[in-house]
Design a protein around this ligand. Structure first.
Ligand code: SF4
Length: 343
């Protein structure tokens, strides 16, 4: 099959993922972060290299995401210092507030980060986060960030009335949301906020939204995924030195390979997707590994794409380093059980 090398020369906007560990395990998490992921955290030296790499490709500021970065506050301080040395700004830090204990300690933490160069935080707010994190912690983190002089971006503020109505002192499972706000509560969420069809969101929403037959998905999909793979408006660089193309979580390009055409022999999956889209990947997986779908209810092409990649990973298909990080493919949703209600 003829494949077209993909070349990523210029980075527009993105972030670093310093680690995938998180005490929650939200059902919509694109990167399949959670308590079962390793606790590794991007260290200052490699971070500075990644920041310099991003800067050399035109990106002068990044955000810090995760995983939950503030479970390792000293690590975040080191990242801020590394960004300063590399001449890269930090747009904002994402946090889910699970670490929050009380306002004075949170103000002190945010104050330290502000002195390190942080200016804004994005605080996660959703029913998925609320399965693990009492909303009083989220509220406390927001108040503390504001007191420390940081700008706060509550994402998604539209859910606040529901979280307050259910009570702020303990987590609430999705069944409680459905009982209070309607049985179709979960199905309505993609209409209220952006849910990307990838990672754990596939497991959560496929039973509700996966209505397409394989032939339909193959037929309706564009002839190439080059636009998505080459989109650098929301890229990520992770602690393993991976560049995650577009929003295609579970695919990886070595940061060192950016800026030049990707060799098809080292990136057979990504270059196949760029050249011939999901139809090309499906044919490739059939030919190379005998892929046969385990079901026939798909959400869309990205749902099928991740299933094919997971199949290849589980088959031990290791001709490339594109199926990374490993933890993405090793973590499944059955481990994603909400904790018993507690603070
Ligand atoms: S089908 Fe795969 S490569 Fe294409 S946009 Fe979806 S996740 Fe990315």
């Amino acid at each position: 099959m003829k494949t077209t090398p993909l070349r990523i020369d210029r980075l527009v906007a993105g972030g670093v993922i310093p680690g995938y560990f998180c005490t929650s395990g939200c059902r919509h998490c694109l990167y399949r972060s959670g308590p079962w992921r390793g606790k590794g955290f991007l260290e200052a030296g490699p971070a500075e290299e990644l920041f310099r790499r991003a800067r050399s490709l035109g990106c002068r500021s990044l955000h810090i995401g995760g995983g939950e970065p503030l479970l390792q506050p000293a690590g975040v301080e080191a990242l801020l210092a590394a960004a300063r040395r590399a001449g890269v700004g930090i747009d904002y830090l994402e946090t889910n507030a699970a670490w929050f204990r009380d306002e004075p300690s949170a103000v002190e933490l945010f104050g330290r980060l502000r002195r390190g160069g942080l200016r804004a935080v994005l605080v996660s707010i959703s029913p998925f986060h609320n399965e693990f994190i009492p909303f009083r912690k989220t509220q406390g983190a927001i108040a503390a960030a504001e007191r420390a002089g940081l700008s706060v971006f509550p994402w998604v503020a539209d859910f606040i009335p529901e979280l307050e109505a259910l009570g702020t002192d303990r987590p609430h499972g999705l069944a409680e949301f459905a009982a209070r706000f309607g049985e179709d509560y979960l199905a309505r969420i993609p209409g209220r906020c952006w849910i990307h069809p990838g990672g754990r969101a596939l497991d959560t929403f496929r039973p509700l939204l996966g209505r397409k037959r394989l032939a339909h998905v193959l037929e309706e999909s564009p002839p190439s995924c080059g636009r998505e793979l080459g989109d650098t408006r929301h890229f990520h660089l992770d602690l393993h030195g991976n560049y995650i193309p577009g929003l295609c979580a579970g695919l990886a390009i070595a940061a060192a390979d950016l800026g030049a055409p990707l060799p098809p022999e080292r990136y057979p999956l990504i270059t196949t997707l760029a050249a011939s889209g999901i139809r090309g990947l499906f044919a490739f997986a059939q030919r190379e590994a005998g892929f046969a779908p385990a079901h026939d209810r798909w959400w869309n092409r990205c749902d099928l794409c991740e299933a094919i990649r997971r199949f290849l990973f589980e088959q031990g298909w290791d001709r490339s380093r594109e199926l990374a990080p490993e933890g993405f493919y090793r973590s499944r949703s059955p481990a994603c059980e909400p904790p018993s209600p507690s603070s």
